[in-house]
Design a protein around this ligand. Sequence first.
Ligand code: TYD
Ligand code: MG
Length: 451
Amino acid sequence: MSKKTKGNMFVCQSCGTASLRWMGRCPSCGEWDSLVEEVSGVSAGRTDREVKAVTLADAANMDFARVITGNSEFDRVLGGGLVPGSLTLLGGEPGVGKSTLLLQISNLLAEKGAKVLYVSGEESAEQIKLRSDRLGAGSRNLLVSVETGIEDIKLLVEMEKPDLLVVDSIQTMYSPEMSSAPGSIGQVRECTMAFLEIAKKKGLSTILIGHITKDGSIAGPKVLEHIVDVVLYFEGDMRQNQKLVRTVKNRFGPSNELGVFEMTSRGLQPVDNPSGLFLAERKKHVSGSVVMAAMQGTRPILVELQALVTQTSFSTARRMSAGVDPNRVTLLMAMLEKRAGIILNSCDVYMNVAGGLTLSEPALDLAVIGAVVSSYRDVPLDDKTIIFGEVGLAGEVRAVSSADARIREAFGMGFNQVIMPATNVDSMEKKEVKKLKAVDSVLDFLEAAGL
Ligand code: TYD
Ligand code: MG
């Protein structure tokens, strides 16, 4: 093995940084004792590569006809179906439902006549059979293999010529080009590159499962995001029955799309009406509760935001929030103090988004303020009112995107009043306006909300 073609590198198992010498601490992410020696054969011996270029005009003609899986929520997060030749990563904590979902998708496509190869390094064929019996997934077009060597899988693909390849999981795959153990950053990256090559050369849709821990630290998925075409992550509280899949990246469609599923005794079922699900356990006439219309990708979803404001018994007041950015909450409270004279520095403030959803758009601001002030004054908001709008540091209420879609969802779900930015209302057709309360400052808002 000459030094020229095979370079020994020390690769951080936490962030993927490569270094020529071993160090006790990764200079990039600061992790201790995370550098592992990896022998890589990058580009060595790969002289059989076909090289070609196409004109952009021809490339445009290779229009992708999406394959609809038939699972509405999964199709949604993919941007309308599977694109042939695409490489997708589905990440999530162990036990969240990755294998279940992809076995169901595999079976759906197999029943439509597509040939599906499900490769599992996690479970035996018997275990997969047990699961598939439970899911009613018994299509004859669904092939299962427990190979983990990348060369063996390439052979299998040559032999079976599947239309969809599912790899469960990328951390169990093994490439002989690397000397490190399966699951190490080098192996995970090398195997993903190999699957990318298979996907692109054969036009084979490939979905990789990747395990990820809460902080995203275990070797893998984060490092792969830039290699694959589509990145999907399970998000939210794992203990809940509703499971959320978020599109983090999509080269063929909108990102930030949200798929909502429910775990049942027969696997993950798509939820047709997520707003209904997220509001199902809402208690009415309770202070600190606000319903907001949030855009999740291209779809509006109604969610309940809850705040609890209490006198602090600590020397510094506590601020905690789940599902909304705590820094944003702190900033909005500072704004409230300055612009509305509501001083919360002796209060603990807790915020939560019911249902485990994570919200990050600016339209959240008014709802956060509504929830905090409602709890602080112990005054419940009208329970048929929806709130959305961005708030600036001067206390001004700013326009948000997709106001029409949000309003439609609110009225569709039986709400009869919307408190929203005046600038959005101004650009609207008159007939709807009487149900809309337009506000242009935070003081205006507090009055409209009766706080
Ligand atoms: P699994 O898909 O194995 O998770 P992952 O591949 O992400 O590690 O499924 C995890 C959980 O789902 C497991 O605790 C059992 C539960 N489950 C159901 O509730 N219903 C079902 O039909 C199936 C197959 C699993
Ligand atoms: Mg699994």
